[in-house]
Design a protein around this ligand. Sequence first.
Ligand code: HAS
Length: 544
Amino acid sequence: MKVDSKDAKLALAHIYVAFTALLIGGLAGLLQVFVRSGAFELPFGIGYYQVLTVHGVLLGLILTTYFIMGFQIAAVSRTAGALSSTQRKLGWIGFWLMTIGTIAAASMVLLNEASVLYTFYAPLQAHWIFYAGLALVVVGSWIEGIAQIMRYAQWRKQNKGLTSPLLAFMAVVNNLMWFVASLGVAIEVLFQLLPWSLGLVDRIDVLLSRTLFWYFGHALVYFWLLPAYMIWYVVVPKVIGGKLFSDSLARLSFMLFLLFSIPVGVHHQLTEPGIDGFWKFLQVVLTFFVIVPSLMTAFSMFATFELRGRELGGKGIVGWFKQLPWKDSRFLVPFIGMVAFIPGGAGGIVNASYQMNQLIHNTIWVTGHFHLTIATAVVLTYFGAAFWLIPHITGRTLTGRMNSLANIAGILWGVGMFIMSGAMHVAGLLGAPRRSEYSTYGGSEQAAEWISYQLAQAIGGTILFISILFIIGIVINLLWFAPKGEEEFPVAEATEGSGKTPAILENFKVWGVILVALILIAYTFPIFEILDNSPAGSKGFKLW
Ligand code: HAS
């Protein structure tokens, strides 16, 4: 079963941009850890926050969005069938809008007109073209999402009464979550940031803009995560020669993400004045609900691995573990990501715990948290998938040599991240701030405690950059030089005993109503109160 060749071209276009973003964004990351160690200064008047913006925007927003769209298009085409010409046209329109937006936003960052980091918090004010560029990226992704949903709807119309292909269903859930979540940032950009940066209004309501951002921002992290979960649930079991533990469990966990990803954004604002403690508490409780589908996923993955390991003759408590295909990079690289997600997720639970958040908020602990989650669990899974997806599309094969290099890259990534992220977590607990350049803070004793950890971050960051060079080398090989051949797009079936999938799990109307109700409950009063107590607002600042 192959991805249609025209759809493959569309997916491949996304892969090019994603891995270009990885190279440039990774280089920016290397420069950052050097600057923060205190042993290096950026040349040619380049600013630390400019480089930090390049890093966050390219890796957090561009690499992810492009990989996700490319992967999901390939996944829908592979499992629900080739896109129609209208659907494919929509895909290309979306791709070009995203690309024009990326070029516009990137130009502003390079011209030092938008060193506002990837969260573009007001009252830091960027050039309006930066905001317009990011808006185009979001609009482009909506159009691409619509194309995928249309293909899924067409499949369901043609196959009435049947359970839809799991991967296509999962892509649809991720797109729906993305639409509802990105409405928040669209409103922030269109009605607040653009008029303010164009000089049409003088001041901005900072709390409102941050609340709209985080309405979007937390779901954004699950928009990154769900494609990794698609690979964990559907691809990895096939790679190890096993089966998906349960189709129903996988669909239920995705629906729970749809419900609970959005009404939880205030857990990023727990220290922010202007939101009543009750609403913070409510959103913290809802945050604990969104942990459940990840625990279900962990359970399902362990079950899949154990069932397969025992099938291969593994005995005892850990005997099955040894039977897994440790030399296959399509398994090992995502697996390293899964392992990293255990401390990464546990750190998230600490962050979400109201009182503990007071200790870690705005410290580099948070940076450590998201380097374990997005920058390890998620991106290692993307890389593991790229190692079969690219050759599947280009009609080439992953050779034994490239497979070994891929394993080395994954292990280097794991080691580099363990050192860098571990140091970030500890330094954060000692009070080291995030989003800050190297500083001795006037020779303060407390700041002196952080320096050794910053050096460790530089060591970890360097190992990570070496891993990026390996990965780029493998991608180049798979794109243009690997031997011609057939590479499988692995899709697992569910185990026989797992039962029929209940139709309710595909009833988007029911889940949609619950989603809207939860959002209204979690956000109506806080937004009303913010508007009601709205201050004069802030002028824009350019502190770089
Ligand atoms: Fe987070 C901040 C809470 C998950 C990303 N998070 C961030 C930021 C980012 C981010 C980018 O409540 C910074 C934003 C900024 O710039 O300010 N996060 C959570 C919680 C979860 C969570 C409760 N985060 C993620 C994921 C991310 C991500 C996923 C990216 C993809 N996060 C927070 C909070 C903050 C925050 C607060 C704000 C902090 C502040 O004050 O600023 C949960 O979803 C985590 C649940 C996950 C688990 C782990 C399950 C484990 C699995 C692996 C199984 C392993 C296997 C392998 C099978 C419970 C599924 C077998 C292994 C063997 C060893 C055999």
